[in-house]
Design a protein around this ligand. Structure first.
Ligand code: GDP
Length: 370
């Protein structure tokens, strides 16, 4: 499954956030086959539709779908120079599908800032730059290597693939040399294929997390730190989530009812972990379909664009191998008509075949041969 890696300079609140994630974590009993890795925090994906479906079906069990965050260890500064823990840092980032970049946006004189510059003031943009620079330098090294290898073939032999790769490398190289991430560029479909094959770090989707003070999380959009982070993220087509890691740690200790009350007192609609999970899910192009019956109502994650047999395979490989068709209704139709029977009577219950592209919110019942 896809995972988002949490990175950030020392003392920005990563461990605090990761603790909150593991403690808020998914109920292990529901996911018996989940891998247990201390660096992975598995959370349930918040989804109001699941609550509605539970009301309608009154099942014995309701199981949300999950999302995994990975805590990325290692040393940031000088990582691109390629030594020990720095190397590990880059290698770990290479393995994740998206980057959750935690940025300090809280003032607290008791918490030292990683003292990498003359000043000791909180400076979100300088912090972002410090990490991004390591990733940019690492990418520049890979790009330069490929460039040297492919340039001659592209220029002399004019091999089609080499030319395509050379063109993409020529587009990326000056941007990296200019100290910018490759994700600031737009790529067309053909270029994207090449980009994928380069396995760069700065083309991974990123979510900047502004970690603000617990006193300011209610109206954080007014904060200068947050504005700066948003402006920067916009230049990279990146998204921003605003949280207070300290508060998340407290929320993780509460039950659902207490949590709702506490959030309301802070003027928040949802917890930072929920907001983060939703944003990361979206960033990775993930969507949710449901299975619903008297026994169980359950949410399943799939990648947007997947066809019915593939999504069936998420439940069990046999469902994919023996796929015949999927009896499907949309969540909106179910809510509008009130029951599966009424949806059917309205002619809105569909029999979908193997070429059907599953939509977010579909309620599926797979028919298959064993
Ligand atoms: P890491 O090095 O990035 O993992 O940072 P930690 O999670 O260990 O946090 C460093 C320090 O900052 C700890 O003392 C935290 O309690 C504190 N801290 C983290 N988040 C917040 C926050 O939202 N507000 C305040 N005031 N302190 C925070």
């Amino acid at each position: 499954s896809l995972t988002a890696g949490i990175v950030g300079l020392p003392n920005v609140g990563k461990s605090t956030l990761f603790n909150a994630i593991t403690r808020a974590g998914a109920e292990a009993a529901n996911y018996p086959f989940a891998t247990i890795d201390p660096n992975v925090g598995m959370v349930e994906v918040p989804d109001e539709r699941l609550t509605k479906l539970t009301e309608l079906y009154n099942p014995k069990k309701t199981i949300p779908t999950t999302f995994e965050f990975t805590d990325i260890a290692g040393i940031v500064k000088g990582a691109s120079k390629g030594e020990g823990l720095g190397n590990k840092f880059l290698a770990n980032i290479r393995e994740v599908d998206a980057i959750v970049h935690v940025v300090r946006a809280f003032d607290d004189e008791n918490v030292m800032r990683e003292n990498n510059r003359e000043s000791d003031f909180v400076d979100p943009l300088a912090d972002i730059e410090t990490i991004n620079l390591e990733l940019i330098l690492a990418d520049l090294e890979s790009v330069n290597k490929r460039y040297a290898r492919v340039e001659k073939i592209a220029r002399t032999a004019k091999v089609k693939d080499a030319v395509a790769e050379f063109n993409v490398l020529s587009k990326i190289k000056p941007v990296l040399e200019d100290g910018k991430s490759a994700r600031t560029l737009d790529f067309d479909e053909e270029e994207q294929k090449v980009v994928k094959s380069l396995f760069l770090l700065t083309t991974k989707p990123v979510l900047y997390v502004a970690n603000v003070s617990e006193d300011e999380v209610g109206d954080a959009d007014q904060l200068d730190y947050v504005k700066k982070i948003r402006d920067f993220a916009a230049t990279e087509n990146a998204e921003v989530a605003v949280i207070s890691a300290k508060i998340e740690e407290e929320i993780a200790e509460l039950d659902d009812e207490e949590k709702a009350e506490f959030l309301e007192s802070l003027g928040l609609e949802e917890s930072g972990v929920d907001q983060l999970t939703r944003a990361a899910y979206h960033l990775l192009g993930l969507a949710t379909y449901f299975t619903a019956g008297e026994k169980e109502v359950r949410a399943w994650t799939f990648r947007q664009g997947m066809k019915a047999p593939q999504t069936a395979g998420i439940i069990h490989t046999d469902f994919e191998k023996g796929f015949i068709r999927a009896v499907t209704m949309s969540y909106d139709d179910l809510i509008e008509y009130g029951s599966e029977k009424a949806v059917k009577e309205a002619g809105r219950l569909r029999e979908e075949g193997k070429d059907y592209v599953v939509q977010d919110g579909d309620i599926m019942e797979f028919r298959f041969n064993v």
